[in-house]
Structures are given as structure tokens and as C-alpha cells.
Write a protein that binds this ligand. Sequence first.
Ligand SMILES: [Zn+2]
Length: 221
Amino acid sequence: MYASYTPDEYTVLHIELQNKYRCAEYSLDGPKYCYRPPGTTKHIQLNSANLGAWATAIQNKAATITCPPRNPEFDFLLNGPAKRSISSKSDHVQMASNNPTIVPIYLPPPVYLDRSFETPRKHRNMHRTIDYHTDIMASPAFGRFQSQEYRTVALEAFLEWCTNKFGDDEFKAAYAQLSKHKIGVDLIAETDISTFETKCGLTYGTALQLKKLLPKWRATL
Ligand SMILES: [Zn+2]
């Protein structure tokens, strides 16, 4: 079985990135991956989703192994909101979604979910962070789904929602392909339609619908 397994380009890139950025300094609870911007002593820690996005960007010619992609996710990682990059006992900068305790706003208690009882303004005021919108842009949250669920239960829920909306089973069938390529709901927006077509065998229309429907589904969470 294993002898005949040929990893695809995405997997190879993902592994290459892991090998290049595996951090020697902080590896007590498993390997960590840090991008170290040239000329700095910073460790920008990369989680599996970050590495995946980076690998996809390389495939799309939007990055190289040594040059990270430029998009909101990575701009946030590399630059961060000023106040966060200054703070910290260690110089490890972690992406917010990786550490829910820093940004509890992504995981509101269930009582907040029923927005019919709140005006939007009141809802906003419950969050003390002034960076609310910036943070949401930089690190998209999907309701109460945890980041490790983005390419499993969240993806399944999204595709089921699409299936029900259009009565088209291709969405449901896409689950196996998307999850195989580790394209979770967090990566759909930045994945090219051509990637969905060539890697996942989706039709153009379905791929386009996935990208269009994602924000609508997210708004229902
Ligand atoms: Zn490090």
C-alpha cells in the first residue's frame, strides 16, 4: 500500500515547509513551525492551516518556500496588530485562531447567538475589543466551529447546507475531495477555482458556488 503511494504536490510542499520551518527552540510538546523574518529574531509560529495555505499559495504561484504569501491571513501573522506583537513573555507570535483564550470573541457563549433580541449596536458593544472588524477580517471565524473542525464537521455542514439549497448532490460528493486535500471552510475563499477543478475534480459552477455561498452560510452560524 504505502510503497505505491505518491504524495501529491500539495502534500510535498506542505512537508517541505514543515522541514524548512521546524523550530529547534520550542519543541517540548511536539514539533513547532516558525517563520523567522529575515533580519529579525522573531518566531512567527505557523499552525497546520497556515502551512496548508502557504502550500496552496505556492501552487498558485503566489508564494515560494522562502517567501510567504501576501494575504490578510499572513499579513496578520507577520505584522499582527501592533499591540499584540509588542506584548508577550516569549517572542513567539501565534495566530489568534490558534489560541482562543486571547480572542474569546470568536467563541461567544450560546446566549449571544440569538441575535433577534439584540440590536447590532448592542451586540457590538458586548465585545470590548476595538479591533473587532480587523480581527474578523484577518482570522475568519465560523460560528462555534473550532479550527480543527474546519475541514471535517464544519466542511460537512457547509456542503450539506449547499446541497439543501440547490438540491445538487455534487456538493455532498465534494466533501471527500476537499477533505482529502485538506481544504477546510477556512481555505475555500482563498483557493482558486482552477484548484478546485484540477485537484478536486469539481465543475466550474460548483467551485464558484462554493466560494459565493461560503459567506452566506457563515452568516447563518
Ligand atoms: Zn520558534
